[in-house]
Ligand binder design. Structure first.
Ligand code: UT7
Length: 332
């Protein structure tokens, strides 16, 4: 059995926060944000709209597009750094409940922005081992409550949203997810961290006063390691699978910063037309960023059945990964 990406879906909240809005909130400018990141605007979830709500909405789109009955789904995984609840229940359990999927294994993974690629590796292994046949993957993020809107180095970067995919067992090798690389190095943990609120620094007046509940990032150091690691990881996965950049139909990178995407794209000579870019309109939506980007290109009619996609990602941990994936959903 092979694992095939059978469908894609996404959901974005209605509220748009532009760079011009941020100019009024913090010491920044539209010009700085656009030049250094490529971001123009991002979506912000409503107060009563939670990660699991957005995840369930994206999942519904993916399930409908796959034309699969709910009863057939035998595993639900959610990748998120902004779960509804810190420890339990998992956001995957809440998404399952919202969709009406009962009595199947459901769990969250914590690998920050690399979540979607990590989930692909897990789903591929479950399917190739014969243990599962129809897996729902959801990358969902409500990052806005984890941002300090007085910290211009982080609050301009992130947005909210969700993306989802159905991964199905197939006997057709031409539909298969070809390969997935997923890796990590905890030595860099402090460079991108939400230190407070869990067991090491439990939520209390002191941790709140220090702002430990917010995302902190040493942006420039993250940037340098991201460019270096992503480039070498993509070179490796292509070489290992005897695939040349001109055989890739769509390069779908994690949408953190246009300059990171451009650095990797240019090193590998991917034409810009081959590259899927959503960073301008959504900012960095962490684990949701890649499925949201695939979804947008699919809805634009760019991604079709049988197309070969190269995904790459990098995030807190550090975690990173890349994947060679055939799109095995119906062309629009
Ligand atoms: O998804 C997870 C992985 N995350 C990433 O891959 C993000 C990686 N990092 C980045 O995208 C970039 O490093 C940032 C966009 C976060 C920052 O860009 P940079 O070119 O690395 O800027 P910098 O941190 O070196 O800061 C340059 C200057 C500083 O001022 P001084 O010290 O030169 O006077 C900052 O204080 O820009 C200043 N600055 C800002 N100015 C206006 C930092 N943030 C802002 C801001 N508006 N929002």
């Amino acid at each position: 059995m092979y694992a095939a990406l059978r469908s894609i879906g996404s959901y974005v909240p209605k509220k748009i926060l532009t760079n011009f809005d941020l100019e009024k909130m913090v010491d920044t400018s539209n010009e700085w944000i656009e030049q250094r990141t490529g971001i123009k605007e991002r979506r912000i979830a409503a107060a009563d709209e939670h990660t699991s709500d957005m995840g369930a909405k994206a999942a519904k789109v993916a399930i409908d597009r796959a034309g699969i009955e709910l009863e057939k789904i035998d595993l639900v995984i959610c990748a998120t750094l902004s779960p509804d609840h810190l420890c339990m229940p998992s956001t995957a359990c809440l998404i399952s409940q919202k969709l009406g999927i009962a009595n199947v294994m459901a769990f969250d993974i914590s690998s920050a922005c690399s979540g979607f690629v990590y989930m692909l590796q897990i789903a591929k292994a479950f399917i190739e081992s014969g243990m599962k046949k129809h897996i729902l993957l959801v990358g969902a993020e409500k990052i806005s409550p984890l941002l300090d809107y007085n910290d211009r180095t982080t609050c301009i970067l992130f947005g909210d949203g969700a993306g989802a995919a159905i991964i199905e067992a197939t006997e057709d090798k031409n539909e298969a997810i070809i390969d997935v690389h997923a890796s990590a190095d905890g030595n860099y943990g402090d460079l991108l961290i939400t230190a407070g609120g869990a067991s090491r620094f439990p939520c209390c007046d002191a941790t709140i006063k220090q702002g430990l509940q917010y995302i902190k990032m040493s942006g420039n150091e993250v940037f340098k390691v991201a460019v270096k690691t992503l480039t070498s990881d993509v070179v490796d996965i292509l070489a290992k699978n005897n695939i040349t950049p001109d055989q890739i139909d769509h390069f779908v990178p994690h949408q953190a910063n246009l300059r990171i995407i451009e650095a990797v794209r240019k090193k590998l000579n991917f034409p810009i037309e081959q590259t899927v870019l959503t960073v301008a309109k959504y900012g960095n939506t962490s684990a949701a960023s890649i499925p949201m980007a695939i979804n947008d290109a699919y809805e634009e009619g760019r991604i079709k059945y049988g197309d070969l996609m190269l995904l790459d990602t990098f995030g807190g941990g550090f975690t990173w990964g890349s994947a060679l994936v055939r799109f095995a959903g119906k062309s629009l």
